[in-house]
Design a protein around this ligand. Structure first.
Ligand code: SF4
Length: 365
């Protein structure tokens, strides 16, 4: 089959949801229910995604928090929308405005203060965007921005101002992105990123994995995701099936910042992934008031390991506008890592890194 014929054939097989997806808007429950033949497990996580808490007033009511902060909370949510899955909310202590899980998702007045040295594109990804949907900065691997939204909006997110609408892929742009990947002969690994790629349906993801499997130079498929942490029902049979049976070695890099994020349901989901042969790593972000404490980080590493996950990176915050109040100094970060070395075996001490624009890999601190 000629390349152009193959391309046309791939296009014909491409699921409608990918062709017409609008990542920058809410996933409507009507839209996600249009798939035929989905299992109850598939519908459960999609129902959870269609029922996120997005109303600041509802969040305050559910957690029995004082209403005085509502105006500023609503203003910050206007800049970067409040989004929290209900299973995650259940792990937040009611009546505790300092709960470390709450602080990761609660819009705050501090986000409204512009801070010198912080920007909307701290990693300068716009300069490494050769075709829509592709961020290619590192040798041998690249990011495919597979989805333009997440299940949760983390207030410190470095992509909180990322132009997802420019990277929303039309049918021809999906082909353009795949053609770019085919043309890069030294690539070994594609990293599905976003947003959170696991907001896509398994039908979409299975199609994409099938396309990538046919690119001979690839041998690994990595997914960066927070969804199994915030809504563990996402780890269903359909997902396990397409991900673990791929020719490409499956690697899942989770994003978990605190041991309290891993309840029994999350641990069970992670064990299923391990049992399916998926390599599980975790990256955390060092966040003031949330996990900038050696005992908290140590508990996180132990909890991750008990669930079958190795701590991989501890990131210094990417300096995105609106997140300055989460920043921890490099000196304190190094001191925390030193304390962890004294408390934990080496394989449970994550690498402390910062991502610097134009550097060819993450920079160890
Ligand atoms: S899950 Fe990751 S990409 Fe999504 S909002 Fe949180 S930090 Fe950003």
């Amino acid at each position: 089959m000629s390349h152009s014929a193959a391309t046309r054939d791939h296009a014909k097989k491409q699921p409608d949801m990918i062709q017409h997806r609008q990542p920058s808007r809410e996933i409507s429950s009507t839209e996600i229910r249009t798939h035929g033949g989905e299992s109850a497990a598939e519908r459960r996580w999609q129902d959870e995604m269609a029922d996120l808490v997005t109303d600041p007033q509802e969040l305050l009511d559910l957690l029995q928090l004082a209403p005085e902060q509502l105006p500023q909370l609503a203003a910050a949510s206007g800049l970067f929308q409040l989004r929290v899955p209900r299973p995650y909310l259940q792990r937040i202590r009611p009546c505790d405005p300092q709960d470390p899980l709450l602080l990761q998702v609660l819009p705050s007045a501090a986000e409204l203060q512009p801070t010198p040295g912080f920007s909307d594109d701290p990693l300068e990804e716009a300069n490494a965007n050769p075709v829509p949907g592709v961020v290619h900065k590192y040798r041998g691997r690249l990011l495919l921005i597979a989805a333009g939204q997440c299940a949760v909006n983390c207030r410190y997110c470095f992509r909180r101002a990322f132009p997802y609408s420019d990277n929303h892929l039309s049918r021809s742009q999906w082909q353009q992105a795949l053609d770019y990947i085919r043309s890069q002969k030294d690539l070994r690994e594609v990293i599905l990123s976003g947003g959170d790629p696991l907001v896509m349906s398994d039908r979409q993801l299975g199609w994409l994995a099938g396309e990538l499997e046919q690119i001979p130079q690839l041998d690994k498929l990595r997914i960066h995701t927070r969804l199994p942490i915030v809504a563990p029902s996402r780890v269903n049979e359909e997902f396990l099936a397409w991900f673990s049976r791929s020719r490409l070695k499956p690697v899942l890099v989770l994003h978990c910042n605190h041991a309290s994020e891993i309840d029994e349901a999350v641990a069970s989901a992670l064990h299923k992934l391990r049992a399916a042969g998926v390599t599980l790593l975790n990256q955390s972000v060092l966040l003031q008031g949330i996990n900038d404490n050696a005992d908290v980080l140590s508990a996180l590493s132990e909890r991750l390991f008990a669930a079958g996950v190795l701590p991989y990176y501890l990131h210094q915050l990417d300096r995105v506008q609106g997140a300055a109040h989460f920043e921890v100094s490099d000196a304190r970060a190094r001191d925390l890592i030193e304390q962890l070395r004294q408390q934990l075996p080496g394989y449970l001490v994550p690498k402390l890194v910062r991502e610097i624009p134009a550097e060819k890999s993450k920079t160890p601190l």
